[in-house]
Design a binder for this molecule. Structure first.
Ligand code: FAQ
Length: 311
């Protein structure tokens, strides 16, 4: 009976036994994973766009090679994640249709523009830094294919984070104008990076259930606090100032206190009205349409091969 299956499933979750694609799982668990993994996959491929903007303008051959490699890694992450999602019985085309129609979300952070070269540094340092903080615990997620995908993704993200920080370090050791550019990038990316962790625990509708199922291992606020705590000393090494007048080390808590996030901005961005939402979705739709001939050719080839086998 379903009750017995559910009991077995819960026992596995409690004993930290991984759930695999062919195992029985509650429909809501499956749906939650599809939502989170597909949102994550979409974030990776939309996340290629803000940085792709700077590949042709990178200041040296070395920087250009690193930027190309990073953006390519993100395409790879998207592909692992779509594959992990497909093990839950969904079609990639349907997931993409939901991205294109605006039904499926992707990370708020990729709806902001990349205005200067320093933004490449700030994205690697802060955005990849936040992504690692969120994704390292996901290597222990209860669903096998997702957890295993995260292991590889995290290794690559740590290279991304370091290349970003090194760009910031180079700018901060450079001319006055370069340091100013780095500070300006930090000013613009700081708050959106904190928003990446999602709404406060009080407002997060999925956290409680996802923690129970071992899909999430920490709450949004816990991860945001960890991120602030590791990032502030890094900003100090750079000699940059985080744009938060309420930021202060709290001896008693052993954590930094920080100011109120502009939640109105966050909800505005995730409902489709951020500075670049339209541009990002238009770019994804165009890439999909421009790739139609490749999909047609691959299908025609597969059909031809199948016919040969029958004959
Ligand atoms: N943006 O109840 P919760 C990367 C939505 S890293 C947009 O707290 P949950 C690497 C949420 O979906 C970025 N929407 O939800 C990279 C839900 O709406 P729904 C991607 C957000 O799922 C770096 C509603 O708000 N990483 O791509 C955001 O328990 C550099 C209520 O929220 C992942 O996706 C947001 N920031 O917790 C690439 C990690 N926050 O679906 C290129 C995996 C929340 O009910 C360059 N995902 N929402 O309509 C997660 O860990 C979780 O899904 C959270 C949200 C923590 C993002």
């Amino acid at each position: 009976s379903t009750e017995l299956l559910e009991q077995k499933f819960n026992e596995k979750i409690d004993q930290e036994v991984r759930i695999e694609p062919k195992d029985w799982m509650p429909e809501k668990y499956r749906k939650t994973l599809i939502r989170q993994i597909s949102q994550h996959a979409h974030s990776e491929i939309v996340g290629m766009l803000p940085e792709a903007n700077w590949i042709t303008r990178a200041p040296s051959l070395r920087r250009k090679a690193a930027a190309l490699a990073k953006v390519q890694d993100e395409a790879g992450h998207g592909l692992y994640l779509y594959s992990a999602c497909e093990t839950l019985g969904v079609e990639r085309d349907d997931l993409l249709a939901d991205l294109h129609s605006g039904k499926a979300k992707y990370s708020s952070i990729f709806n902001y523009p990349t205005l200067s070269w320093a933004d490449m540094g700030a994205i690697g340092w802060l955005v990849d830094g936040a992504a690692i903080m969120n994704q390292v615990p996901l290597c222990r997620a209860s669903y096998g294919p997702y957890a295993r995908a995260m292991v590889r993704v995290c290794k690559e993200e740590s290279f991304h984070q370091r290349q970003g920080y090194e760009i910031m370090l180079t700018l901060c050791k450079g001319s006055e104008a370069q340091k100013k550019m780095a500070q300006d990038a930090l000013n613009r990316w700081w708050w959106p990076s904190l928003m990446m962790f999602g709404p406060t625990d009080a407002d997060s509708k999925h956290t409680e259930q996802s923690m129970r199922w071992g899909i999430k291992r920490f709450t949004n606020d816990e991860l945001r606090q960890k991120f602030v705590d590791v990032t502030i000393p890094q900003a100090e090494i750079l000699g940059l100032t985080v744009p938060d007048k309420d930021l202060k080390w709290n001896e008693e808590r052993g954590h930094y206190d920080f100011g109120e996030i502009n939640w109105e901005e966050f909800f505005n961005v995730i409902s489709g009205n951020g500075p670049c939402n339209k541009q990002r979705i238009d770019a994804r739709k165009k890439a999909y349409d421009d790739g139609a001939w490749v999909r047609e050719a691959a299908n025609a080839y597969a059909e031809k091969k199948a016919k040969k086998k029958v004959a």
